[in-house]
Ligand binder design. Structure first.
Ligand SMILES: [Mg+2]
Length: 368
């Protein structure tokens, strides 16, 4: 492993110093798809507002852009792109000391996405289990820091996977927030121990209705899976033949046009129908920090780890607050507002484990 001196000029992280970045031998993570380009999909997403045929084409373009299925890359170009990207978004494991240094004197608060962050992305969304060792690590983490799971899934579903009572849960992209069932020692404001917030509760019957319609409309498309996430409905297309994506988008569009108060967003191989209210994972992060008593605090250091486009709202919120940092989980270069990166859930577990050990050492030395 070599060392390279770089200036981390990333103002987002508030860590501004010359640092020595441990350079891993360049690991080319499997197959790069150099056509993957967020700016392009952003342009396409804007076009989603356009009606008719053009809108369907835009959806399909967007589905392809954010869900690469083929390796079409030229290795050298991919390496160059990755090297440039990793300098801008260094590994959070390589930068661990700098990260914990930046948190000195502040309360770390952990925010964790679920799918693709704590669990691997799998074909069957009902089988996205987290490993026992990951659960053990998250349990230890929650003993050290206030910890929240922020996910697109419903709270009930994600709780069935995680099964840890000591966590905060923000389900349905933050539209359903609950606090830990045990008293939470980190909570500064005792009155807000039982957090419960559902900013889109009026949409519950509408989403249930739309879910049924989506199931009906998409049942003829092999591999399509519709999931009721309580405050949003998700149409998974990771098992749908790419030739059928256009038809799937047509079907979803035909349901959505009856509901002007709902909108379409996109995650990794999933289309999501959700209320048009201005609420997202970033607002959920803000709400949870306020609930923990850190509304106007300067001594808090939130760390958000996520892998998806919907997590970008939370990364941006941290930049707006000028506090903490975001870590994107990705093997591929992506445009992101996160400061750092990790490649996969196993690296997330290593990072969380190091945080636990760092905290335990500090606590022991404080008690001596
Ligand atoms: Mg995710």
């Amino acid at each position: 492993m070599t060392q390279q001196n770089v200036v981390v000029s990333d103002t987002k992280s508030r860590i501004k110093r010359a640092v020595s970045v441990a350079q891993k031998p360049l690991v080319v993570p499997g197959k790069y798809n150099i056509q993957y380009s967020y700016p392009r999909s952003r342009r396409v997403l804007k076009n989603i507002e356009i009606n008719g045929e053009q809108r369907i084409n835009s959806w399909v373009d967007c589905m392809r852009a954010s869900s690469p299925t083929q390796a079409k890359s030229i290795l050298s170009l991919a390496e160059e792109q990755y090297t440039s990207w990793i300098l801008r978004h260094p590994s959070a494991l390589d930068m661990f000391e700098q990260i914990v240094d930046a948190s000195q004197g502040k309360q770390i608060v952990m925010f964790l996405d679920y799918d693709g962050t704590l669990s691997p992305i799998v074909n069957d969304p009902d089988r996205a289990f987290m490993s026992h060792s990951m659960r053990k690590t998250v349990r230890k983490l929650a003993k050290c820091f206030p910890t929240a799971i922020v996910t697109g899934r419903s709270i009930d579903k994600v709780y069935n996977f995680v099964r840890l009572e000591e966590l905060y849960y923000a389900g349905s992209h933050g539209m359903d927030i609950k606090g830990p069932s045990k008293s939470f020692k980190f909570n500064k404001d005792k009155k807000s121990e039982e957090v419960l917030f559902q900013p889109a509760s009026e949409f519950l019957p509408m989403i249930a209705e739309v879910y049924q319609k989506l199931v009906e409309k998409t049942k003829s498309i092999a591999g399509a899976r519709v999931e009721n996430n309580k405050f949003c409905a998700s149409v998974h297309f990771r098992c749908v033949d790419e030739k059928k994506w256009s038809e799937l988008a047509q079907q979803v569009s035909s349901v959505l046009k009856e509901y002007p108060r709902l909108r379409l967003t996109q995650g990794r191989k999933v289309l999501e129908v959700r209320p048009t209210i201005k609420w997202d994972k970033g607002k959920a992060l803000q709400f949870l920090l306020e609930s923990l008593g850190f509304a106007n605090s300067t001594d808090v250091f939130p760390i958000y780890i996520g892998d998806d486009k919907t997590d970008e709202d939370a990364f941006k919120k941290l930049i707006d607050r000028g506090q903490g940092l975001g870590i994107l989980v990705s093997k591929f270069p992506k445009e992101t507002s996160a400061s750092y990166s990790l490649q996969e859930p196993n690296e997330v577990m290593d990072f969380l484990q190091r945080l636990v050990e760092w905290k335990q050492v500090r606590t022991r030395s404080y008690l001596k």
